[in-house]
Design a binder for this molecule. Structure first.
Ligand code: ATP
Length: 576
């Protein structure tokens, strides 16, 4: 068999490269092609991602492994599925075609009763396929069932199957033992790495189709409560006709259900705004929306904050306290910076997600809650999984419906609308009437990279409006304040190296550089963190995020308050 004896291939079998999952998820989330059906998503997933996977993780796959055909078999959902095989869709992808095209076959073929009861899933799929005309040799391929949950119930449903036909299968009448062994390894490799994301993709597609099934029923719940709220929503989420359109489509699809949602995006891209939007549009909108910044709670208090505690559970627990899960009952809980959750809390969270139950700290009573979880993070969770800092099972639970929010630099079409929005907001806030934004201004804003994303744009606009004193806006000036053109001599000189201009002698680690940058901001703001003139605005980050970061890096804001003794390091950067 083609992949026979390739040591690199065997190495790849033993690992689950997280980049594969990330690539697939990102591709699946970014793809706006679900409305047109899965074929487009498949095209990009299979031909871009699968070949990337092959290139990066299974060296030699093209020469040696070469699967001749890949097929995705989709089963009709729910009741329809139980009544027969009509409606099975088969997406055949042949790698031998010079310019690959996805061939779609919809089976109107013979009725074949297929009831999924968990056991012998694969045998049943294979049997059903054998009824379909034209694919006699498929039974020799590697069949991976793709299961997921398409509704609010945790029950697993068969969504489809992935069929990989290794080269030579058609010609080979009988497999040798070694071949079978390799096929088994290949199967478990695909199962571990590809099946979950593919199942997620299909689940997403189904939810999307379900939500867009004509005629659409709009319940009174899903309408905004009053015109004011409608205005608020329209005002807070800018970009819905531009770069956020795909995100909006995905939000619309998920709001009717209670599926957990995972918001992925850099800091300041609007994850919290989007989480609020999901809540407001959902049937839960009259119940609480609670946001918790997981990174801002001291690790020893996390359990008690999330799940509550009983009186006397620990020193200082003078009375029973309900945790955030209980308080959010019926509503939505945003777990912001979920990557900062310590591992023991991750275990408890997993249990709530799986069973909907937990106990208060120091308590025995089992409490059940009905809470929609939205998790958000700017961190690389798959990377953290590999380092053992984030549980893989929790990642799968949370990422049932991932939404990737693109950074501002990748959605420049939103810049004019956002700039106008924030210009009006800043003018109102400071009572300063400015001249309007010109095309030249927009060009300047477009040329900037926005590492702090929309939060940074908002604070640049605050600065531009303040500096304008009622005249024209000067974005060169407003941006200069954030990106100083030259180094600040007193802070950027490393005494041990004789200066920072000789790069290799004063190359700080990223953590050191971040720490020093935060300290500089605190020096400027005299220890003020939040609000106008605070370090969070200067750094264009959320104050909670900044506090969490400071705690992690052992920075005490108090040291920078007037009248306090300055820390030893003063203006000196950390040693290289
Ligand atoms: N699409 C948008 N339209 C209008 N304002 C937005 C939009 N996205 C973000 N903002 C504004 O940008 C700021 C940052 O947004 P938000 O706090 O939601 O970002 P985040 O991704 O959750 O950041 P972090 O990861 O640092 O917590 C907020 O003031 C928010 O109102």
């Amino acid at each position: 068999m083609a992949f026979h004896g390739n040591p690199l291939y065997n190495t790849a079998m033993n690992q689950t490269p997280p980049s594969i999952l990330t690539d697939l998820w990102e591709e699946a989330c970014r793809s706006s092609s679900f409305p047109q059906g899965e074929e487009k998503a498949l095209e990009s997933l299979l031909f871009n991602t699968f070949s990337k996977i092959a290139r990066e993780n299974l060296p030699g796959i093209q020469k040696n492994f070469s699967c001749t055909e890949l097929a995705l078999i989709l089963f009709p959902s729910g009741k329809e599925f139980r009544h027969g095989s009509e409606g099975i869709q088969i997406y055949r992808i042949s790698r031998n075609t010079p310019s690959p095209e996805v061939e779609i076959t919809t089976s109107k073929g013979p009725e074949a009763l297929l009831i999924i009861e968990g056991a012998h899933l694969e045998g049943r799929i294979a049997r059903t396929l054998s009824y379909l005309p034209g694919y006699p040799s498929w039974s020799q391929g590697i069949l991976i069932p793709l299961t997921g949950s398409t509704g609010d119930t945790p029950e697993e449903t068969l969504l489809g199957a992935l069929l990989v036909i290794p080269a030579g299968t058609r010609e080979t009448k009988t497999d040798t033992d070694t071949d079978t062994d390799h096929r088994k390894k290949l199967k478990s490799y695909i199962e571990a790495t590809l099946a979950p994301p593919f199942a997620g993709l299909l689940e997403n597609a189904r939810i999307y189709r379900h939500a867009h099934r004509p005629p659409r029923i709009v319940t009174s719940h899903s309408k905004p409560r009053n015109p004011q709220e409608q205005n608020d929503q329209a005002e807070t989420l800018v970009g819905t006709r531009g770069g956020l359109r795909n995100v909006l489509d995905r939000i619309e699809s998920v709001v009717p259900s209670s599926l957990p949602v995972l918001l992925l995006g850099e800091s300041g891209t609007g994850k919290e705004v989007i989480a609020r939007r999901i809540h407001h549009l959902s049937p839960r909108h009259e119940k609480p929306f609670i946001r918790i910044n997981c990174g801002a709670i001291a690790p020893e208090l996390i359990d008690s904050e999330l799940f509550g505690h009983e009186r006397g559970a620990f020193t200082g627990a003078i009375k029973r306290k309900r945790g955030w899960f209980e308080r959010a009952h019926g509503g939505t809980l945003l777990l912001d910076e979920v990557g900062d959750l310590p591992l023991p809390a991750q275990v408890r969270l997993l249990r709530v997600l799986q069973e909907g139950t937990f106990e208060r700290v120091g308590g025995e009573e089992e409490i059940s809650v009905d809470v929609r979880i939205i998790a958000a993070t700017h961190r690389d969770l798959p990377g953290m999984i590999q380092q053992g800092a984030f549980r893989e099972d929790l990642w799968y639970r949370l990422s049932g419906y991932p939404i990737v929010i693109p950074p501002l630099r990748e959605r420049q079409q939103d810049i004019p609308a956002l700039a106008h929005h924030f210009c009006q907001r800043s003018s109102r806030r400071f009572g300063i009437k400015t001249q309007s934004i010109t095309e030249g201004d927009v060009d300047i804003l477009r040329a900037y990279q926005w590492p702090g994303n929309i939060r940074e744009l908002a604070s640049v606009m605050d600065r531009a409006v303040l500096l304008s004193e009622g005249g024209s806006l000067d974005f060169h000036k407003a941006l200069e304040r954030i990106v100083p053109l030259g180094p600040e001599p007193s802070h950027n000189i490393n005494p041990s190296s004789g200066g920072c201009h000789t790069e290799p002698l004063c190359f700080f680690t990223l953590d050191e550089a971040i720490e020093e940058h935060i300290r500089r901001a605190l020096r400027r703001t005299s220890g003020k963190i939040e609000g106008p003139g605070g370090a969070a605005r200067l750094l264009a980050v959320n104050p909670h995020t900044l506090r969490a970061r400071m705690r992690r890096q052992g920075i005490n804001w108090n040291e920078y308050r007037p009248g306090q003794t300055l820390p030893d390091r003063g203006g000196t950067p950390p040693p290289p």
